[in-house]
Design a protein around this ligand. Structure first.
Ligand SMILES: [Zn+2]
Length: 327
C-alpha cells in the first residue's frame, strides 16, 4: 500500500531551522492567534495568485511512479515550485510558504525569487499575514513558515499526526526538514496551529479537502472567486498529466488515494467554471495571465481572468479512453 518515493538522496535534514531569527519567533511566544477579521463575514470575491518561486531540471522517470511500466523513453522535465496567495478586501491568506533558502539549496533547487521578496513585491508584509494554509509538510511547502509569526497555520490532522509520529523515518524525512516539523509541533503547543479533518470550511468561499495520496493528509484548497471556482491542487496534482493520463507521482504515501484524488479533480474540471491549478507544472505559467508590475516574471493571476490559453475543461483533463484502468 505504501509506496515510498525515490527521492532519498537529500542529505539528512538539520534539526535547526537556519534563517529564522528570534524576531521571527517572537510572535509565537504570545497568545494564540485568532482568526482574522474576515472569518465571520464575507469580503469581496477572492483574488487568487500563483507565484513561481523556484525551479529545477528533472526527468520523467524521476517524476512518475514506476515510469518503466509505460514503456516510454525517459526525457527531461522541468519542475517548478509555487506558493499561492488568496486576497480580498478583508485579509490575505497564504497557501504554503515555499522552501527555505537552506532547504532548497540542500537539494540543489534553484530559487527564482525568495518567497518573502515575492510577497513584498505583491505589497504583502509577512507580519501582516494572519493565516497560512499548509497543504502538506514537505520542505518545499512549509520552508518559511517561521517568518509568519502573526499567522495561524492550518494543516490537516492526518498530516500532523503522521509527521509528528511515524513520519520521522529517513525515507520520509528526505523530503522534509526536522526543524520545520518542529515548527509545526511548536505551533500546535502554542495554539497557533489549527488541525482540520476531511472537508473544512475555512472562510466564506474557501474550503479545504483532505485527499491524502501524496502525503497522508495532503490538502486541496477550493476557492470561490465569484465567477470561477479555483481548485488549488497543490501536490495532489504536481503535473496536469498525472490526472489526464492517470499516472501517479513518484512520491506517494497511498497510491489508491492518489488515484481517487485524480478522479475527483477530473470530475471537478468537468464544470466549465472550474479551473484546476497543478502544484509543480510549468504549464501553470502559460495557462494563466501574467501579473503586471514587479512580480510580472514569476506570478500569474488565477482568478479574475480566464486562463490563456483556455482552462483545462472536461476535454483537457479527461483521461484518454485507452488508458482507463479500474481504481
Ligand atoms: Zn511540492
Amino acid at each position: 500500500m505504501v509506496a515510498a518515493g525515490p527521492l532519498g538522496t537529500a542529505p539528512a535534514a538539520s534539526a535547526r531551522q537556519p534563517g529564522c531569527s528570534e524576531h521571527d519567533r517572537a510572535g509565537l511566544a504570545g497568545e494564540p492567534v485568532t482568526e482574522g477579521p474576515g472569518s465571520t463575514r464575507d469580503g469581496s470575491p477572492w483574488e487568487v495568485l500563483a507565484v513561481r518561486y523556484g525551479t529545477r531540471n528533472t526527468t520523467r522517470a524521476a517524476v512518475f511512479l514506476d515510469y518503466a511500466i509505460y514503456g516510454e523513453p525517459d526525457a527531461p522535465l522541468i519542475m517548478d515550485y509555487y506558493f499561492w496567495v488568496l486576497r480580498n478586501d478583508l485579509e490575505v491568506i497564504l497557501v504554503d510558504t515555499g522552501f527555505s533558502e537552506q532547504g532548497g539549496a540542500r537539494r540543489g533547487r534553484i530559487t527564482v525569487v525568495p518567497p518573502l521578496q515575492a510577497l513584498r513585491e505583491l505589497g504583502i508584509e509577512p507580519d501582516d499575514v494572519r493565516l497560512v494554509i499548509v497543504t502538506h509538510a514537505h520542505y518545499d511547502h512549509i520552508g518559511n513558515l517561521c517568518h509568519f509569526p502573526n499567522a495561524q497555520a492550518v494543516l490537516s490532522r492526518r498530516e500532523y499526526t503522521f509527521w509528528t509520529g511515524p513520519g520521522d523515518k529517513p525515507i520520509f524525512m528526505s523530503v522534509a526538514e526536522t526543524g520545520e516539523i518542529e515548527e509545526l509541533r511548536r505551533r500546535h503547543e502554542l495554539g497557533t496551529l489549527r488541525l482540520v479533518d476531511d472537508k473544512h470550511s475555512l472562510r466564506p468561499g474557501v474550503t479545504l479537502v483532505d485527499v491524502g495520496g501524496h502525503t497522508p493528509g495532503q490538502l486541496v484548497v477550493l476557492v470561490e472567486t465569484g465567477r470561477l471556482r479555483v481548485v488549488l491542487a497543490s501536490d495532489a496534482l504536481h503535473y496536469y498529466e498525472e490526472a489526464e493520463r492517470d499516472r501517479p507521482f513518484a512520491i506517494a504515501s497511498n497510491v489508491p488515494e492518489m488515484y481517487d484524488a485524480y478522479a475527483w479533480l477530473r470530475e471537478l474540471a468537468d464544470d466549465d467554471r472550474t479551473v484546476v491549478v497543478a502544484g509543480h507544472d510549468p504549464d501553470v505559467m502559460r495557462r494563466f495571465p501574467r501579473q503586471s508590475g514587479p512580480v510580472a516574471g514569476h506570478a500569474v493571476r488565477i482568478a479574475g481572468e480566464r486562463r490563456l490559453p483556455p482552462p483545462p475543461t472536461a476535454t483537457a483533463l479527461r483521461r484518454p479512453a485507452d488508458t482507463r484502468t479500474p481504481l
